[in-house]
Write a protein that binds this ligand. Structure first.
Ligand code: 5AD
Ligand code: SF4
Length: 430
């Protein structure tokens, strides 16, 4: 049987899609290759959110030139956001590609690959951007106790910098019954933690808090996470559900993007800094021990020093536990790509460094407040730096490092925190 190697770039959504596609292929009799060299089919699941991600992707594909020359039968394919964005043009930009499979065509991938194996043709299938996934999903998962569960696809918000609505189509929510069935199946198989995924979970069609309530009663599941929340839709009702539902973890990812009202308007984010900070205040009141993380873009077109200072001020007030920070990157056809990208790279770089340093300081201060406390940790595995150590996550999604045997992996333990850094807590099992 033919062997598949799937390399994934980008976000959790892509990781889950890769798992879905691998599941489909395994169900059809394909097998998993352990390396690119051992594969008959290499698939890249791609990300288009920033230009840099795209460039890295195409250079990765180009790296296979030698392999393909030695083994002309090797099939190389592209799926995910860049596949949807480039369609047939991907074949021109990357002549090594045998197929391009758009974000809505993933269910057809096994057939597509079989057709290429039979006929040796090149195929572009990117015509179903708004398709819904099949209802009965393959059981395959990469993890054993933690898993992503998609609750919807696409996005209708059209933030002006963002390519996602153009490559993932209109927002469509998955049927609650299918989601519940999937989570029940995971629980039966011993999964303890699920992370619900959607571009904007708070606009889930049947009501997100209601969905959380239903999932909270599934026996065996111990932790429920979710991302991402758009500040225009996150609500006090959600925070109360997080407080009242015992399995829903006290962590909120609430992308700020900018702290300047003028830039927020240009970004089409539909909230002001004041509204954002009010939301944060509500969150802190209802979930005093909860963690808060965010995304911030530095150097959006026309961002002045004053706009940037407004972002810094919001960061100081909101006191995020961590932040993903990005330099603005123009992404046609997103609307902002028509604005002049007039903040120089040097200034973008400088602003980025300022917010990274600031966040580092705040993260460490927030973490320091946990020293001496005992926290509940789901153990992920061995440390990447020191394999004698174990690492895991708190309910608030903070990384914890501690001593312990491999038997603890996949279990929930209590850890007393000793020292902290800006990105991790150290402690001992109690
Ligand atoms: N440039 C820089 N960052 C971007 N993001 C999305 N689009 C862009 C872009 N064009 C960031 C946002 C989003 C995160 C997933 O990626 O902060 O929340
Ligand atoms: Fe992009 Fe905005 Fe949709 Fe997030 S909410 S995927 S940033 S358009």
């Amino acid at each position: 049987m033919k062997k598949i190697f799937l390399k994934t770039f980008g976000c959790q959504m892509n990781l889950r899609d890769s798992e879905f596609v691998m599941g489909l292929l395994l169900d059809k009799g394909f097998r998993k290759a352990d390396s690119i060299e051992a594969a008959d089919v290499v698939i890249f699941n791609s990300c288009s959110v920033r230009k840099h991600a795209e460039e890295r992707l195409f250079s990765n594909i180009g790296d296979l030139a030698g392999l393909k020359k030695n083994r002309p039968g090797l099939i190389i394919g592209l799926m995910g956001c860049t596949a949807q964005s480039y369609k047939d043009q991907a074949l021109e930009r990357a002549p090594l590609l045998d197929f391009v499979c758009g974000t809505g065509n993933e269910s057809d991938l096994p057939k597509l690959i079989s057709d290429i194996l039979k006929d040796g043709c090149r195929i572009v299938a990117a015509d179903k951007i708004n398709a819904k996934k099949i209802e009965v999903l393959p059981a395959y998962r990469t993890g054993a106790f933690k898993s992503f569960v998609s609750i919807g696809e696409g996005c209708d918000n059209f933030c002006s910098y963002c390519i996602v609505p153009y490559v993932r189509g209109r927002e469509r929510s998955r049927d609650a019954r299918d989601i519940i069935r999937e989570v029940e199946d995971l629980a039966r198989r011993g999964f303890k933690e699920i992370t619900l995924l959607g571009q904007n979970v708070n606009s889930y069609s049947g009501g997100f808090a209601k969905l959380l309530g239903k999932l909270n009663s599934i026996k065996g599941i111990e932790r429920i996470r979710f991302m991402t929340s758009h500040p225009k839709d996150a609500s006090i009702e959600l925070f109360k559900a997080m407080r009242d539902l015992d399995k829903v973890c006290e962590h909120l990812h609430l992308p700020l993007q900018s702290g300047s009202d003028r830039i927020l308007k240009l970004m089409n984010r539909k909230y002001t800094r004041e509204k954002y900070l009010k939301l944060v205040e509500g969150y802190r009141e209802i979930l005093p021990g909860g963690s808060l993380t965010t995304d911030i873009i530095a150097g959006f077109p026309s961002e002045t020093e004053k706009d940037f200072k407004d972002t810094v001020k919001v960061m100081e007030e909101a006191r995020f536990d961590s932040a993903f920070t990005f330099k603005y990157s123009a992404r046609p056809p997103a609307k902002a790509s028509r604005l002049k990208d007039n903040v120089s790279d040097a200034i973008k770089e400088k602003r980025l460094k300022t917010i990274i340093d600031l966040q580092c300081r705040i993260s460490e201060e927030n973490n320091r407040a946990l020293a001496g406390r005992t926290v509940e940790v789901l153990v992920d595995g061995h440390g990447s730096k020191d394999p004698r150590k174990l690492t895991g996550r708190t309910r608030t999604n903070k990384v914890v490092v501690f001593n312990g045997s491999a038997d603890f992996i996949g279990k929930i333990v209590n850890v007393r925190i000793g020292s902290v850094t800006s990105y991790a807590l150290r402690g001992r099992i109690v």
